[in-house]
Design a binder for this molecule. Sequence first.
Ligand code: GAP
Length: 490
Amino acid sequence: MDVLVSLCKRRGFIFQSSEIYGGTGAAWDYGPLGVELKNNIKRAWWRDNIHLRPDMVGLDASILMHPQVWKASGHLDHFTDPMVDCKACQHRFRADKVEEQSWIHYCPATKGNKFEVPAGEPCKHCNVRRSLCPDCGKGELTTPRQFNLMFKTFMGPVEEDAAVTYLRPETAQGIFVNFDNVLQSMRLKLPFGIAQIGKAFRNEITPGNFIFRTREFEQMEIEFFVNPLETIDGRPADEVWHERWIESRFAWYQRYGMRRENLRIREHEKDELAHYAKRTVDIEYQFPIGWSELEGVANRTDFDLKQHAQFSGKSLTYFDEERKQHVVPYVIEPSAGADRSLLAFLADAYREEEVRGERRVVLRFHPDLAPVKIAVLPLLKKRPEIVTTAHDLRATLARRWVTVYDDTAAIGRLYRRQDEVGTPYCVTVDVQTVGDSAKGESGDRCVTIRERDSMEQIRVPIAELPGIFERLLGDGAWADVARSYPPARG
Ligand code: GAP
């Protein structure tokens, strides 16, 4: 994880929030390349789950909602974690996670020497187990108390109880409360889904592991509504749709290059299931911190719509024309984190390779996700014709793809820099491209394209570049394109 954190800072992907004031440790800022990468992930998710499907629509609900929403959803009463405090150092822990970290121990069997004991193990000198604060090793921990994770704030100019509201802890509730608006305005028929991408806020007791668990993050959520009276091949439709969504979401990560062996499905145990959920699975990724949740896919039954109908007094039903009756739809909820997806795509893309005796770091991003698609590099920046041609090329290609120009180092170094940020293609303009007007030589108007993963190079006419990148950055494979052009010298 440290390697990724350092790369992200050095190459402008992710910075600590408010770093010049010492940072917060609970929120992160996306730099110039990070914002491109995150936007690309969100764009791919939106395109595949909304635009390409006939049964999905989008929504962008507000972060601040009526406080009754959180009473109805159960967040006010139940969105809590058990918390304990150290009476000496005041550090705060989730009571149910405190055994999962290593602990500081002043061992009486070794004249009070200080040791760090691995999580869950006793001290190997005195055989004592942890009973004090794991961080300072001295203070007693308070008895656990429930801590609500929602951020409280005030709506309007007065800070009084009547004005209390909350920053949303999930985007899902914005979809449920708009169910009828979307149903009526878009004249939808079941089954259909509403999707939303947006910020969510949770006052996590122990944020950490970089962008894995933060207090401000972005979710990409779908609520897919199904008629509970319907069956598909003799099975309840909600159960079939749940399986379809698990498959679809599992495949989605692989479509953008995530390796199959780093993904798995984990079924929630009965005692772990929310009381309203019929079945929930997590799609887990093998993060540098170990296997952890990337996305949850839950069958939430009709719980949410019924709760909001009861608390608001408004009907949230669907009229089943065939059966001539009102039904409360069941809902399947694939709920992913945009930041956590980014961390997984980043970890999966990261490679350290040896090339001709030198170490190269490369991010093997899928071209759709790569922050920069093309880098135009002049071989010699002392030759004005080369520089002008390279600038012109960048301007042309930038109309269609994110394209950068860089002349701040020798070509080998420039390639390594682009590899390290995952740019799939570099275009090099050289002496042969422009010729030497002083000697009356005109250039061949060809440039070199270098592919990031194979590092192969081909020589292509400038005039054909837009068409070539249309293929390469569409669905075309490098090998197919490269076959049509002569190789260039490396
Ligand atoms: N509406 C259901 C829901 O919010 P969740 O499992 O609490 O379910 C869904 O959150 C996803 O949101 C998680 O799988 C994770 O990717 C992301 N997520 C949740 N809490 C997060 C946090 N504190 N920091 C970053 N991402 C988080």
